[in-house]
Design a binder for this molecule. Structure first.
Ligand code: MG
Length: 170
């Protein structure tokens, strides 16, 4: 019998697991593609959705992205279930603006394709387009915690948008 670790050593399995986890938390890959498309359409005439899909797929295939997804979403779950110890429980559950570890966790994702990833992330974090705004609101309801999820999604979109931007110049 394979142990859990062995099962998830395969990057493709881990990618599928992450897509499932995002789905269970209310975010589809299509929602992320929408953000990437909106971020890049003003710079790239005739941008095709497939190009954005391909970029998001490549980002989700990266191990550092997968580990950030696993870690962040798990912390959101634990906060919802009130299983974290204080003071972390209150910090995560209330999405305390000074906490900032949710943003730090996803920096490695933002930086996958150069520094414009960071600029894109800052923009997305402020404007909260599409699914990010929806989940942000939902996370403010009692019983829901999306403290890490919104940054994870924003960072994936930001990195994918950077990849699209770089490829369009090549
Ligand atoms: Mg957050």
């Amino acid at each position: 019998m394979k142990d859990v670790h062995e099962t998830f050593m395969n990057g493709e399995n881990l990618k599928q697991k992450c897509i499932e986890m995002l789905h269970d938390r209310g975010c589809e890959v299509d929602d992320i593609i929408d953000i990437v498309f909106d971020l890049q359409k003003k710079y790239i005439p005739n941008l095709k959705r497939e190009v954005c899909w391909d970029a998001v797929d490549r980002v989700l295939g990266k191990r550092e992205v997968q580990y950030a997804i696993l870690t962040g979403i798990e912390l959101d779950y634990l906060a919802e279930e009130e299983k974290l110890r204080e003071p972390l429980q209150s910090l995560v559950n209330s999405d305390n603006p000074l906490f900032g570890i949710d943003e730090i966790l996803v920096l490695s994702i933002c930086n996958l394709y150069g520094s414009i990833g960071l600029t894109n992330f800052g923009y997305v974090d402020k404007v909260k387009p599409g699914i990010i705004g929806k989940l942000d609101l939902e996370g403010k309801q009692t019983g829901k915690c999306h403290t890490f999820l919104d940054d994870i999604i924003g960072a994936i979109a930001a990195a994918a948008a950077s990849s699209v931007a770089h490829n369009s110049h090549d």
